[in-house]
Design a protein around this ligand. Sequence first.
Ligand code: 5AD
Ligand code: SF4
Length: 443
Amino acid sequence: MQYYIKTFGCQMNVYDSQRIADILQNMGYQAAQTPIEADLIIFNTCHIREKAAEKLFSDLGRINLIKEERKQQGKETIIGVVGCVVQAEDEEITKRVPYINFATGPLTYYRLPEILQKIARHKNLCVIDTDFPAESKFDFLPENHSHGVCSFLAVQEGCNNFCTYCIVPYTRGVETSRPVEDVLKEAQRLVKTGTLEINLLGQNVNSYHGEDAYGKERDFAYLLRRLAEIDGLKRLRYTTSYPADVTDDLISCHKEIDILMPYLHLPLQSGSDKILKAMNRRHTAGRYLEIIDKLRTAKPDLGFSSDFIVGFPGETDDDFEQTLNMIDKVGYIQSFSFKYSRRAGTPAAVFPNQIPEKIKTQRLNILQEKLFSMQLTFNKNCIGKIMPVLFESKGRKKEQMFGRTPYMQNIHVQAPIDTLNQILPIKITDATQNSLSGIIVKQ
Ligand code: 5AD
Ligand code: SF4
């Protein structure tokens, strides 16, 4: 039996898909290279913006054609949908895609073995599971192993912030933190099976508050320090952090922990205090700048990235200007920017003064022009420098390797295959907005 998983959306979904693969491999399934070979096709879905959700339905239509094609060859195909779209749509999803066999939310996919058994017994059944279970899915998932030299590790899930634009608190539920020892065990296992870099994940990762072995609640800075003690772990990152929850102790970690990479994703969303308030963000632009200042004092070479939303309801030209000003003040080396997308069930979806699409597009273009040119300047300034690069896969060209610098920059280097999974000093020779090139420095 073969499986094929297609993943939409954020890094947490990438992590979930890997865990689904762990479950299936435990059941004897093998990974298929293409959907046509697969007996089981799973779509792991994202509901954060309308575009992502719409793309899912058109892609699912194509998968149904594959199911039909396989049927003509006498082969059965199970199609399942997992993730945030399922949690948001619930039973409604079967109206849009009646040919699916099961649908589970992001918190219940650990029940996949039972679900697949049920489907095997009752061929025409469509199993829908959108529970918010009392138990943690992490207690039921099989032991995982490294899926590559860079691994994601979920330490926290869900969100209590309820930003007024965001669907996540409704799809991933309220915040839960995994116990410290569980995280450490998973990290140790990953390192033992080949991981050199761990990227800690959570919707609001720095509000982590898991219990230690004695039942004492520990914060994110504590967790980072414990993880940094793991022998063989070379790089540590975390995402996504919430500005108001950046503590002084976390700032000290950036100074003290040498394997903590000098790159931090700290979403600002908007530079206008009026809009931040309407978004229900617990920070002002001024407070955000103070945090950036403190972080830069602790670690002067820290590079920042951020998420931005343009065209939030009520955003005036002046509010938008303030976002542009903040970008100038902070200086970002990478960014993710989006037009505000109305999500049914979130407070902002029914706010007055929704912004016309045309204005959102104009603002996004202006914003991205600024952000992209900053990114290009940062990358160009790297030319001539020597940076440690972790090679994580083969490049697209012959004898080319793909890796990442400490700043998460993509880099392509002419190098032999035995450099895979190694950290090597690379001299940067060229740069575009999205990637660098370089040569291996002879040691
Ligand atoms: N519209 C546009 N962008 C959104 N994000 C979250 N919800 C929305 C929405 N309704 C963006 C935020 C968040 C990132 C993951 O997605 O910038 O930080
Ligand atoms: Fe969504 Fe805000 Fe929570 Fe991030 S902090 S997941 S944007 S509600």
